[in-house]
Ligand binder design. Sequence first.
Ligand SMILES: NC(=O)C1=CN([C@@H]2O[C@H](COP(=O)(O)OP(=O)(O)OC[C@H]3O[C@@H](n4cnc5c(N)ncnc54)[C@H](OP(=O)(O)O)[C@@H]3O)[C@@H](O)[C@H]2O)C=CC1
Ligand SMILES: CC(C)(CO)C(=O)C(=O)O
Length: 294
Amino acid sequence: MRIGIIGGGAIGLLFASHLSEKHNVTLYTHTADQASIIQRDGIRLIADGENRLLTGIISKGLDEGISDVDLLIVAVKQYHLPQILPRIKGIKVPLLFLQNGYGHISYLKQLQSPTIYVGVVEHGALKHDGNTVEHTGLGITRIASFRGELGQLSLVNERIDHFPFTTSEDFHSMLMDKLVVNAVINPLTAILGVENGGLITNSFHYQLFQDLFGEISGILEVQNKDESFEHVKSVCMATAENRSSMLKDLENGRKTEIDAILGHILSEAKSKGKSDCLTSSLYKMVKGKESQGG
Ligand SMILES: NC(=O)C1=CN([C@@H]2O[C@H](COP(=O)(O)OP(=O)(O)OC[C@H]3O[C@@H](n4cnc5c(N)ncnc54)[C@H](OP(=O)(O)O)[C@@H]3O)[C@@H](O)[C@H]2O)C=CC1
Ligand SMILES: CC(C)(CO)C(=O)C(=O)O
C-alpha cells in the first residue's frame, strides 16, 4: 500500500519507520531540510538499545504537494491542524488522524474524504533529531472510524513486529478514555514537575490526582468512574518513570496540547453548567508557564 504521513515529529518518524517494513511510505515534513536529510540518510530507529537504519522512505516537504497515496496519516499536533487542513480538505483517499485530546474532532466534518479514521497511539516515541526516533514504550495503536467503513483499513489485520494495531467500535469512547488519562496526568505532572509515578507515590499529589479525576469524570459524565479511575492510575504506574509529554513540552519551551486536552473539557463544563474549578486553574497555570517559555 502507498502510505503518506504528514509530520516528521516523534510519531511521524515512528510510523514511517515501522510501516516502511511492509509499505511504500512517503513522509511529508514541515521543512525541505528535514525531507532532504531523510531522503539522503534514511530514518534511524532506536529500540531496545539497538539502532536500525531504514532507507527507501521517500520524504518531501509538504509544500511540494501530496502525491497519490492509498492512506494518508496525519501525525502533527492538534494545534498544527489549521495549517494542514486546507491542503487535505479536498483529498478523497482514507485519512487517519493520530492526535491526542478531542479538539481535532471539530475539524473533521469539513473534510471531503468519505473515509476518516481516528487513532489513539499508546506507544512512546522520542525524536532525537530530524531523522532519528527512539521507540521508548511499546504499545498499540487503536483505530476507530469517524466516517466510513473500518473494514477497508487493511493495516489493522497486518502483523508488523513491535507495531500492533487494533480496532475500536466507537471513536468517541476510545478518544474519551485516552482524554481522561491525559487530562489528569499531563497537567498535574507539568505543573508539579514530577514523573508520572510521583502523582501516586506522594500522598499530597495523590489527593490532587483524585480531586482532578473526580471533577473531570463528572464533567465528561464518565459512566464507570471506578473502572476509569483504576485505568488512569494503572497508566500512571505503568509509565511511572516517564516525564509526560506536557511536562517535556514545558521543559523544552514548546507549545503544549493543553487546549486540545483541558480546553475541550472546559468547554464541555461550560455547555453543561458544571463546576470546573480545578480544571480551570490548571489550564491557566499551564498556559501561564507556556507563555513565559516553560
Ligand atoms: N510522542 C509520543 O510519544 C506520542 C504522541 N502522541 C500524539 O501524536 C501527535 C503528534 O505528536 P508528536 O509526533 O510527539 O509531535 P511532534 O511535535 O514531535 O511532531 C509534530 C510534527 O509536525 C510537524 N509539522 C508542524 N506543522 C507542519 C506543517 N504545516 N506541515 C508539515 N508538518 C508539520 C512538525 O514539524 P516542525 O517541528 O519542523 O515544525 C513536527 O515534526 C500529538 O497529538 C501527540 O499528542 C500520542 C501518543 C504518544
Ligand atoms: C500516557 C502518558 C501520560 C504517558 O506519559 C501520555 O500519553 C503523555 O505523556 O502524553
